[in-house]
Design a protein around this ligand. Sequence first.
Ligand SMILES: [Zn+2]
Length: 379
Amino acid sequence: MVKLLDIIGQDPAVALLQRRIATGRMGHALMFTGPHGVGRRTTALALAGALLCESPQKIPNNGEISELDDNFELTDACGQCNDCKTLTAGTHPDLGVIAKELAAHHPAPEVRNRKMQNLGIGVIKHFLLKSAYLAPARGKGKVFIVREAELMTPIAQNALLKTLEEPPPGVTIILLCRRSEQMLPTTISRCHTVQFGPLPSDFVTDRLAREEIDPDEAKFWAAFTDGSVGRALSLARSDMYAVKCDMLDELAALGPGGDAGLGERLQKITEARAIAAVKAAKSADKAELSKMLATRQATGTMLELIASAFRDAISLAAGADRPLVNADQHGAVESIARKHSMRQLTGAIEQLSNYEQLLWRNVSPKIVWDNVVLACAAG
Ligand SMILES: [Zn+2]
């Protein structure tokens, strides 16, 4: 199991949690906010360990966490007791991880058969509220972690309010969401917010290096994902890097008339990636991913990659002292910067974000890609 003191790169958040454990003011409702893939879920699980462990350890800080005094006594799970063992195995009876995918295991067919795009009241009532009011199976308390809490419907959030405000004794509820403002104000006001920041880019590159990702590629994903190790890992594992390199080379080589075949080629690449994503989701037994949603997500990532190169081109053209995200393709970025005026570069970035929104309004991907190529062609 990952322990609280194994969490790297999130010292302010861990310090805050440690202070709360030490003063006995853990608060029953916490909201962990921050970008995807920076360790919110891992920290929530580690905190559950510290709270549910039969014999938690007390360790003097000794410079471990710079925000806390050296003689501060840190609390962490022991890693060896029965609680810790079942937490590691994911079978602890007093830990509930709530996610929209649980709908598939709901007893009522009308909840089971709903599209799992949000976290509805059915799941919250059955898997959280009902269980929260039952006595803990092992005596120490209960922890519920709600993943993607921003997907909770307003009705589900309202149903949870009373329990957030006054949970049964020993119950801790941790809501994970990207930004607190995605939640209802009434939910926010009942939770202690713990903010998670982006991870240092060295941490992300080191983590990718452990997966034997080439250093240039690792540096690129660390910069592109802005310190989200989760997203960087998933992009690196999906072999997206070669696609991005080829795509930027082709876009950098575009002449004023564009390239009639490029839009179609990019569209086909995106479609192939979407099909692969659907297959991967199926084999990982995640919620069913529709091909349409997968296509939109894949296109969104490709457009984001292009936009990163155009942003780099703006930095170069403006002589800004900022390291390029696409430092691995300096030549391509330079060529884009040379061929466009500053106005065209900013215009292209704006259009790329418009095209991403068009996808959600059912405009065909082929039309979107043809337009993207035109937007990126030299003016
Ligand atoms: Zn333990």
